[in-house]
Design a protein. Structure first.
Length: 288
């Protein structure tokens, strides 16, 4: 990869990290604080600890102090096991959002808790998606999840869900169940936005019936670094010999490949199927 491409990628990464960090902080001070909500992950833990210190001990602890302290171990995991570029850009999000949360004054847009939960969740989901698209993160649980999924092949999202549920249970007991239940709406909305916008890990299976299997396979290999399986057969309607290529690629790669296939063989027939699960050797693009 040439230096110009790498530079563009890094500018995009840090540009998105800065924008996401600012919006995270603004969202906390305009929506989350106004509704007394508890987001998922380390942001939720930080706000929960802040409320505990203020309510039960009369101590006002800065958001940045708690959040940065909580992220210390995940950041070390990121540097050691994930990648320096990914971790440094994630630290940019953590530091910027933490510091700005302490300095930006509370500016509620509305006091309707349902509206706060929905629109706050939408904005939070947009920020998380922005980070993921630029190959960075908001820190905390993301480091832990990526470490186990990329290095050990373990899916720990169910455990993270349990941690988020524990946050809400504690918040419900200490500060009222209405705030905890509205926080579920906030978290659900945020998750739905991320699932809609972040397509990197969604896989599609391609079935391509063509008379130019070699040329099309070269496009698949060059674009995705994935292989394919070629099956030779006979068209039942025409009686002519033809080939079918089978390959699994990402959703974004599938869109590009369909265009390439149409250019190479206008008469090709392409069938795309959403793929929920794959097992075996499969190349994952990483740029940590």
């Amino acid at each position: 990869m040439d230096k110009k491409t790498i530079l563009k990628r890094e500018i995009k990464r840090y540009g998105c990290a800065i924008v996401a960090g600012i919006i995270f902080a603004v969202n906390i001070k305009t929506f989350v604080r106004a509704g007394g909500l508890f987001p998922s992950g380390f942001n939720g833990i930080t706000l929960l600890l802040q409320n505990i210190f203020e309510t039960f001990m009369g101590i006002s602890v800065p958001y940045s102090f708690i959040n940065i302290l909580l992220n210390a171990i995940p950041v070390l995991i990121g540097f050691k096991f994930i990648g320096k570029k990914f971790t440094v850009s994630s630290c940019c999000v953590i530091l910027l959002s933490s510091i700005l949360t302490d300095f930006i004054p509370v500016q509620p847009i509305t006091y309707d808790t349902l509206l706060i939960s929905i629109f706050g969740g939408l904005i939070n989901g947009l920020c998380v998606s922005l980070c993921l698209i630029a190959n960075t993160s908001s820190g905390g649980m993301d480091f832990i999840a990526i470490y186990f999924s990329e290095k050990n092949g373990q899916d720990i999202w169910n455990y993270i869900l349990c941690v988020n549920a524990l946050i809400l249970v504690i918040a419900g007991f200490l500060f009222g169940w209405d705030r905890a239940l509205y926080s579920i709406i906030f978290q659900f909305t945020s998750t739905q936005v991320v699932q809609m916008l972040h397509q990197r890990y969604k896989k599609h299976t391609l079935f391509i019936i063509t008379r130019k299997p070699d040329e099309i396979y070269k496009e698949i290999s060059d674009l995705t670094r994935h292989s394919a399986t070629c099956l030779h057969g006979t068209g039942c309607y025409t009686g002519e010999e033809t080939s079918m290529l089978y390959s699994v690629v990402s959703r974004e790669e599938a869109k590009v490949l369909v265009k390439k296939v149409t250019e190479l063989d206008p008469s090709a027939f392409v069938n795309i199927i959403k793929t929920d699960y794959i097992n075996g050797r499969f190349y994952h693009k990483t740029d940590y």
